[in-house]
Design a protein around this ligand. Structure first.
Ligand code: 5RP
Length: 250
């Protein structure tokens, strides 16, 4: 539970924050406390949960005088690192990471993840793949038996813009389901990723999928840059529950 965490009493959380925010913050704080040590190179993921992790890392750097180097997974992550006064680096200077922390849209019972709700899946997967440990932080809603149980937007797939239509047709023919080109917030046009690409959200049909095989097959389609399926990558997941307690899976 959070009761013992300095500066973060449970009472404060329960009166000031709703249960989802409490879940996110609890998972992030505990994961940072258990996994971040001096002299590490750390991957900073994207999304709303990682905001709390960056906040906690900054507190630890200040209080414990830790020397840490942070690698961003998106423009948002880069801003988070800078805004929290952390040391920004990149994969050229630090091609090997000790720990990558990131959120997830869903985690199934076999530790398959859907990521990319924020459209940052490609850099997130690259950074996670360069890390000795990949730690997932999420609220209770992301903990599922099978993918699609709770997260209904489907699997985000980053594609080269000129290929989006044929890719949608090919996925539909291969696996069925429905596909949508993700639009920018104001619906002014397609969402453009940090890499200058489009995102397709594939709402797959429910059932027993071999996600490793599906992921490999998707990556064979010309124009698909990366998928939001993270297979055999996570080492540990921290789920923050409504009451501020933590469920850990590894
Ligand atoms: C962004 C991601 C995020 O990590 C994922 O969408 C979870 O976000 P949040 O922490 O806001 O629930 O993959 O591309």
């Amino acid at each position: 539970t959070l009761h013992n965490i300095k500066g973060c009493s449970f009472k404060y959380f329960s009166t000031e924050m709703d249960s989802i925010k409490l879940g996110k913050k609890s998972a992030a704080y505990i994961a940072v406390d258990e996994n971040i040590q001096d002299n590490q190179v750390i991957g900073i993921g994207s999304g709303s949960t990682i905001v709390y992790a960056a906040e906690r890392i900054a507190q630890k750097v200040k209080e414990e005088k830790l020397k840490l180097v942070c690698i961003p997974t998106s423009f948002q992550a880069r801003q988070l690192i800078l805004d929290n006064g952390l040391t920004l680096s990149d994969l050229e200077r630090n091609p090997e990471l000790d720990v990558a922390l990131d959120g997830a849209d869903e985690v199934d019972s076999r530790f398959n993840l859907i990521k990319g709700g924020g459209g940052c899946l490609t850099q997130e997967k690259i950074v996670a793949s360069c890390s000795k440990k990949f730690i997932v932080i999420a609220d209770f809603r992301k903990d599922s038996q099978v993918l699609g149980e709770h997260y209904t937007r489907g699997i985000p797939i980053e594609v080269i813009p000129m290929a989006y239509k044929p890719i949608m047709r090919k996925i539909k023919t291969l696996y069925g389901g429905s596909l949508e080109l993700r639009m920018a917030r104001a619906k002014a046009g397609p969402l453009i990723t940090d890499n200058g690409n489009f995102i397709i959200d594939w709402k797959f049909e429910s059932g027993d999928h071999d996600w490793k095989k599906v992921n490999t097959e998707l990556l064979m389609i010309p124009g698909i840059v990366e998928t939001g399926l993270f297979i055999n990558m996570a080492n540990k997941a921290y789920f923050g529950m409504q009451d501020g307690t933590i469920k850990v899976r590894e």
